[in-house]
Design a protein around this ligand. Sequence first.
Ligand code: ADP
Ligand code: MG
Length: 389
Amino acid sequence: MNLHEYQAKALLARAGVPVPRGSVVLAAGDIERAVSEVGGPVWVVKAQIHAGGRGKGGGVKVTRSPQDAAKAAHQILGMNLVTRQTGPKGKDVHRVYIEQGADIARELYFSVLLDRATSRVTLMGSTEGGMDIEEVAAHSPEKLVRVSIDPITGMQPFHARKLAFALGLKGSELKTGVPLMMAAYKAYMECDASLIEINPLAVTKDGNVIALDAKITIDDSALYRQSAINAMRDETEENAAELRAQRASINYVKLDGDIGCLVNGAGLAMATMDLIKHHGGEPANFLDIGGGAPKERVVEAFNIILADPNVKGILVNIFAGINRCDIIAEGVVAATKEVQMKVPLVVRLEGTNVEEGRRILADSKLSIIAADGLADAAEKIVSATRGVA
Ligand code: ADP
Ligand code: MG
C-alpha cells in the first residue's frame, strides 16, 4: 500500500526525521487556514497523488506570499496532473499539501529498502538527489551508494556515518544527517515498510539535513497489524476493480488483453495465461479465487471480470482440491444468469465433485462451452473470441 507524501512525512516525523512544517488541505475552503498555519516566509504548495515527478509536471509550486500560496493551492487542487509516472491520462488532485519552503544548498537522495538479492534491509544514497533516481541508476550506477544492514545487529550509527560520508555531509550536517538516517530506519521497521524514499533529502544553507519529499510503501501482508496506517488508505488512488477484488478476497490484476480468466490458485492462473498466449490470445486479467471459494465469491469474480469493457470471452479453469466443482459450477450458473453473459464462456472443471459440477452446468441449459483439459480450454476460448468485435 502506498501513502501520500504528507502521510509519509507524519510517520517519519513521529520517528524523529526532521520535515518542514506543513498542513494538508482536502477542500478549497480550507486553503487560507492552512496557509496561515504554515506561516511562511516561503510556502511550497504540493499536489498529493500517488506518483512522483510532480515538480516537473507542475504539481509543486514555490511561493513567497500568503496570497500567492493560496492562489497556487486553488490552482493545484482539482487539477489533472500528468507526470512521467501517471501515464498520459494523469491523476486528479484531491488533496494539496502546503509546507514551509527550505533554503536548499544541495539535494541528495536517500532510501531504505529491502534488497532481495542480499535479503537485507539496505540504505541507498546518492549525491544526485531531486531528480529521477532511475536515470542515475541506469547511467551512472557508481553514484548510488549502498549500505546493507545485518538483521542481527540492526542499524547502527556506523551504517549511517558510512552513508553520510559518502554523501559528502560535513560538520553540523552530520549532526542532523546521521540521526535522520537512524530515525528513517526506525520508521521503516515500525511501519512494516518495504520502501522509504526521501528524494530530495535536502542540505540547507544553515547546515541542517531535512526530508523535503517522502514516499512510503507498506508491505500489504503486514497491514493486519498496522491498522492506523491501513486507515490512511486513499481509495481514490487505487484501481477500482483491484480494490473490489481485494474486498472479496480475490487476487486480481488487470491486464490489457481481451480474454477474462477465472482460475483457482496463483500457479494455475499463471499457467492459464501462458496457454492463452501460446494459442494466440491475450489475457485480460490474472484472477485467483483462492481456496474454498463460496458461490458468492465466484459471482463477484465474474462481475469484476465483466466490468472490464475489453473482455470478449471468459475462460474458467478450476482444478478443485480444497474448492468444490459443484460450488464453482453453481457460481458460474448464478453469475451467468445474474449478469446476462453476452460473451462466450469456456469452462474446464477437474477435481473434487467434478461429476456433480459438470451435471449442474449441463442441466443449466446455458450456452457454456465445456472443455476437456487445459490446452483444449485455451484453444476453445481463443477461437471463440477471435473475430468477435
Ligand atoms: P516530486 O518528486 O514529485 O517532483 P518533490 O517533493 O521532490 O516532488 O518536489 C520537487 C522539487 O521541489 C524538489 O526537488 C525541491 O527542489 C522542491 N521542493 C519540494 N519541497 C520543497 C520545500 N519544502 N522547500 C523547498 N523546495 C522544495
Ligand atoms: Mg521527489
